[in-house]
Design a binder for this molecule. Structure first.
Ligand code: UT7
Length: 332
């Protein structure tokens, strides 16, 4: 519990994905790959892809509406909107457009970029605003449309990613349901996963050349990212559990960033968490970056699998490099 005596509770969830799906067989028509290879190496079978008309703002707003409704609130009750994304519709940020779309006039809104760790970083950020007494109701959205930035001729990366959005409502609560967290960053390993600006030289004056904006597609060293995840994720979860004064036996659900089934399995094995406690929906959606944790959470909440009071160990990891874990209980 914070010094102010104010705790936090996660009281609603929602999610939304684009209509069009691309399964592994169809993907094999685009690059030299196969359903067997992708399923065996990643567990992914299909992914959703946004059309040019389906903006990040649209799917993020849909996810947000679901979360606000589940919490029994209206958009006017929201004090703060945090949009965790690396693929905003606008480099200046998309959170304000979502605020307008929802009609959440009272809310202040900003984007937060921490790649696939964005949801966990956002959850902890939201908790700080609530625990200090600054805000009482936060809408946290994790949403990404990485399909816009994937090199569709690179079979090592394009098979992994999909588009989607997930959201939660986080409210001030007498009992603090965020039990522990740990966030980490390591910029020295930044080169392993990039969606980097690639400025094009532009002669503004005879003696002044500036860089005009454009981005190179996602580049990744898959093996290095894999090694990093399998080593660092169990570590950071154990640290968050330690801060929560809990052990792995207290965890009801392991909710990892949905990057690769082999990573989920390896982390579960290292932590001795049985497969039935590991939430996985990446077969249907692939890696949806900041959306993957709230999207998977919303599915299990709506299916009735997760019950109020269940203890969830959530962990995100990815570009930056960034990684982090948050241990929280669902509901008030
Ligand atoms: O949010 C975090 C995002 N990133 C991740 O989570 C990525 C973590 N890394 C991974 O998930 C895995 O490294 C991958 C799934 C990306 C790759 O799996 P891998 O077991 O590390 O495969 P690899 O890169 O070692 O490639 C093995 C072979 C290579 O062939 P050779 O050189 O052994 O002949 C690749 O050329 O598989 C080949 N290959 C493919 N074959 C068919 C690579 N991609 C494909 C493909 N289809 N899509």
């Amino acid at each position: 519990m914070s010094q102010s005596g104010i705790g936090i509770a996660v009281t609603g969830s929602g999610s939304a994905v684009p209509i069009h799906s691309l399964d592994n067989d169809k993907l094999s028509q685009i690059v030299d790959t196969s359903d067997e290879w992708i399923a065996a190496r990643t567990g992914i079978r299909s992914r959703r892809l946004a059309t040019p008309e389906e903006s990040l703002t649209t799917i993020a707003s849909q996810a947000a509406q679901g979360a606000i409704a589940m919490a029994g609130l209206t958009p006017m009750d929201v004090d703060l909107i945090i949009l965790a994304t690396s693929t905003a519709d606008d480099l200046f940020g998309s959170a304000c457009q979502i605020q307008a779309e929802l009609g959440a006039q009272k809310a202040v809104a900003f984007d937060l970029t921490a790649a696939c760790s964005g949801f966990v970083f956002g959850l902890v950020t939201a908790a700080q605003f609530i625990r200090t007494g600054a805000y009482r109701t936060v809408l946290l959205i994790g949403a990404d449309v990485l399909s816009r930035w994937v090199d569709w001729s690179d079979r090592r990366t394009c098979i992994l990613f999909g588009d989607g959005a997930g959201a939660v409502v986080i409210q001030a609560n007498d009992r603090d349901r965020l039990l522990g967290f740990e966030l980490r960053s390591d910029g020295t390993q930044n080169q392993y996963l990039n969606l980097a600006c690639q400025p094009q030289p532009y002669d503004l004056l005879e003696d002044l050349t500036i860089g005009r904006g454009s981005f190179q597609p996602i580049t990744m060293n898959g093996q290095e990212v894999y090694r990093f995840a399998v080593r660092r994720v169990p570590e950071v979860i154990e640290k968050a559990l330690f801060r929560a004064n809990l052990t792995v036996e207290d965890v009801d659900w392991l909710l990892l960033h949905q990057a690769n089934q082999r990573i989920l399995d390896a982390v579960g094995e290292r932590l001795h968490i049985p497969a039935e406690k590991i939430i996985s929906n990446l077969a249907s959606y692939g890696n949806t970056s900041a959306a993957s944790i709230p999207l998977a959470l919303d599915e299990v909440v709506r299916s009735g699998k997760i019950q109020p009071g269940d203890t969830i160990a959530a962990s995100g990891f990815g570009a930056g490099l960034t990684w982090g874990a948050a241990v929280f209980q669902w509901g008030r």
